[in-house]
Design a protein around this ligand. Structure first.
Ligand SMILES: Nc1ncnc2c1ncn2[C@@H]1O[C@H](COP(=O)(O)OP(=O)(O)OP(=O)(O)O)[C@@H](O)[C@H]1O
Ligand SMILES: [Mg+2]
Length: 302
């Protein structure tokens, strides 16, 4: 399932609407939050507030009791061993789990102060404001131009489409490589270029948040470095949540890191993911407060 399918943007949304509720006149709330890290108090703008979020599939828990805040203009990394629920958790942030019929999300998830799972929330608006980039680049079988223009066309965004496409490709550090082949099929690009194209496609609809689930795991080191550089650029305009298995990547690109680990019940039959520690990336990697974090980030377990 990808983020810009016809289902995702299958309805017209007037441009200029900012809130989650279609037609809402309320501007997005800007609510500074105080977050304590390593003894310091910073003023930060909260994008997501997760309060006791649990997810189960067909009644079987996958993630339990996640409470954490995600802040604006930061990169937040979700790390942890395979199966601990990183993808499950990141998919809660733009309601991608809605597309899994057996998935059930409980708890409270506020996006800029609004209940993301509230009854009046429009999933089309959600996926416009909170875009997603996947592990495997998934361009549409269309031209480079049409891939980037896809969302703006469906959303009937105001403005010159050529300009929107160019700006999105520039923001995704792909313009120089793409400008002479805009009519060429996206499948003719390298994997790293395709992934930047998917990022451009995501940016073109002017999202607020970009979610990335292992965006570099199918890429070579040079393409990975380009995407990492790009993330550092993009966080000036967007907030980013990234799932990564690569500890060095989390340490390099993220401001804050949450480590999830698998927990077993007494029978050792049932397992689910739970947050072990969530703090500034510097602290997680240099002076974590939970011994399990130190073991995981130093490669002793996991
Ligand atoms: N669509 C689904 N239906 C049923 N169970 C699922 C589904 N997606 C995930 N799960 C289960 O939820 C748990 C967490 O899976 P998830 O994919 O979120 O882990 P992950 O941390 O992203 O793992 P990986 O690092 O391997 O990608 C696993 O036990 C998995 O089997
Ligand atoms: Mg995953």
């Amino acid at each position: 399932m990808n983020e810009l399918t016809e289902e995702g943007f299958g309805r017209e949304v007037a441009s200029g609407e900012d809130g989650l509720v279609r037609g809402s006149e309320a501007a997005i709330a800007v609510r500074p939050t105080r977050f304590r890290s390593a003894g310091e108090v910073e003023d930060l703008e909260t994008v997501f507030e997760l309060d006791d979020i649990s997810v189960s599939y067909a009644g079987v828990p996958a993630v339990k009791n996640v409470s954490l805040d995600v802040f604006r203009n930061e990169v937040t990394a979700l790390i942890g061993p395979s199966g601990c629920g990183k993808s499950t958790l990141i998919r809660c942030l733009n309601r991608m789990n809605d597309l899994v019929p057996t998935a059930e999300v409980t708890g409270r998830l506020l996006y800029r102060g609004e209940d993301l799972y509230g009854p009046r929330v429009d999933p089309v608006q959600v996926r416009k404001l909170i875009g997603m980039v996947f592990q495997k680049p998934n361009p549409f079988p269309k031209s480079i131009y049409d891939n980037v223009a896809f969302g703006p066309r469906i959303l009937r965004m105001k403005g010159d489409l050529d300009e929107i496409v160019e700006n999105a490709l520039r923001s995704a550090a792909l313009w120089d490589e793409a400008k002479d082949r805009l009519d060429g099929n996206a499948f003719g690009m390298s994997g790293g270029q395709q992934q930047r194209l998917c990022i451009a496609r995501c940016i073109a609809v002017e999202p607020d948040v970009i979610l990335m689930d292992e965006p570099c795991s199918a890429l070579d080191p040079i393409s990975t470095a380009r995407i990492e550089d790009l993330m550092m650029e993009l966080k000036r305009d967007f907030s980013i949540v990234i799932v990564t298995h690569n500890m060095q990547q989390a340490a390099r690109v993220s401001d804050r890191t949450a480590l999830l680990m698998v927990e077993l019940d007494a029978t050792e039959q049932n397992r689910w993911g739970r947050i072990v520690e969530h703090d500034s990336t510097e602290r997680i990697f240099t002076n974590p407060s939970d011994p399990r974090t130190e073991d995981y980030v130093s490669g002793k377990v996991g």
